[in-house]
Design a protein around this ligand. Structure first.
Ligand code: PBG
Ligand code: ZN
Length: 344
């Protein structure tokens, strides 16, 4: 800006016109970088997934997901929950592996089902910990699909009735938030009316509203033994090429009464997180899924990346894209790193 041309300034001593703008001034010290940081990670925004199994004293590492274990509902689960709470993480997402599977996934809505047992134990030990449950059929059905089948196809409306029953047993066992993940149309409305009719109008629904048919779920399907026995999930999960459709899914679930919305996976879909963020006022969750986790673990084991920096950078990207909350298998590690050092 040529200052000398401004009226009234002509009598001032001439100043050198700044030709180089210097954003680097704000990066000079760690304290300055910290001061101007736009997005932060905090343990309160993280949700740690857990896998519970039948048996006693089980703390069995999951081969496809280094650092994550199958846990039995006893001292093994207590120890893990204690660690999570001590790190300041406020919520867990519980997945269960049933003792037996059948056509409709009966253990899914059994009062003595593995998730129901885990919820009661967690609720008793940590009254303040938010308990979130995944509500879907694939871990429980003999065919591994996310709903009941009719002539080899997932029957959407028959599945809704089962999902409602599952959610009510979860609520009765202490769940604060139920999270339907099967991409059935009408699943949020079905859960809302089942919960309300059973005396749980106070329990929230986190909808896996925007869930893509993704190869990034590979390690999870090994961990949860939930791979479909035939076919794939493309008739119910979204096509990776679509983003406008995400807005349709998100607005339907919001209208049906979802309390929080999710986009899943996270890293390959940050544009989708941003697009949904701009159209809803609801809290938005990004799910940093199993494949994203396992790739980082594998590369860091090979010495090819710095795990800590890559994880913090990836999660920062999710926050920047507009996620308020992040579900991540790295949650415990992230909380520990944040406690050590608020970031360089
Ligand atoms: C169940 C469910 C899946 C995941 C969460 N809930 C698997 C799937 O849809 O196949 C994936 C989680 C992950 O990969 O971390 N429907
Ligand atoms: Zn499923």
């Amino acid at each position: 800006m040529p200052l000398r041309r401004c009226r009234g300034l002509s009598s001032l001593p001439s100043v050198s016109t700044p030709r180089i703008h210097r954003p680097r001034r704000r990066r000079r010290t760690a304290a300055f970088r910290r001061l101007v940081r736009e997005h932060r990670l905090h343990p309160a925004d993280l949700i740690q997934p857990l896998f519970v199994v039948h048996g006693e004293g089980v703390e069995r590492p999951i081969p496809s997901m280094p650092g994550i274990c199958h846990l039995s509902v006893d001292a093994a689960l207590d120890r893990e929950a204690d660690r999570i709470v001590a790190l300041g993480i406020g919520a867990v997402l519980v997945f269960g592996l049933p003792a037996a599977k059948d056509e409709i996934g009966s253990e899914n809505f059994a009062e003595e089902g593995i998730v129901q047992q885990a919820l009661r134990r967690l609720r008793a030990r940590h009254p303040e910990l938010l308990l979130v449950t995944d509500v879907c059929c694939c871990e429980y059905t003999s065919h591994g699909h996310c709903g009941v089948l009719r002539e080899g196809v997932v029957d959407n409306d028959a599945t809704l009735e089962i999902l409602g029953r599952v959610a009510v047993t979860h609520a009765r066992a202490g769940a604060d938030i139920v999270a339907p993940s099967g991409m059935m149309d009408g699943m949020v409305a079905a859960l809302r009316s089942a919960l309300d009719a059973s005396g749980f109008p106070d329990r929230a629904i986190l909808s896996y509203a925007v869930k893509y048919a993704s190869a990034y779920y590979g390690p999870f399907r090994e961990a949860a033994d939930s791979a479909p026995a035939f076919g794939d999930r493309r008739q119910y999960q979204m096509d990776p090429g679509n983003v406008r459709e995400a807005l349709i899914e998100a607005s339907l679930d919001e209208a049906e009464g979802a309390d929080l919305l999710m986009v899943k996976p996270a890293l390959a879909y940050l544009d989708v997180v941003r697009a949904v963020r701009e159209r809803t006022a609801l809290p938005l969750v990004a799910y940093n899924v199993s494949g994203e986790y396992s790739m980082v673990k594998a590369a860091s084991r090979l010495g090819w990346i710095d795990e800590r920096r890559v994880v913090l950078e990836s999660l920062a990207g999710m926050r920047r894209a507009g996620a308020d909350i992040i579900i991540s298998y790295h949650a415990k590690d992230v909380a520990a790193w944040l406690a050590e050092d608020e970031g360089e």
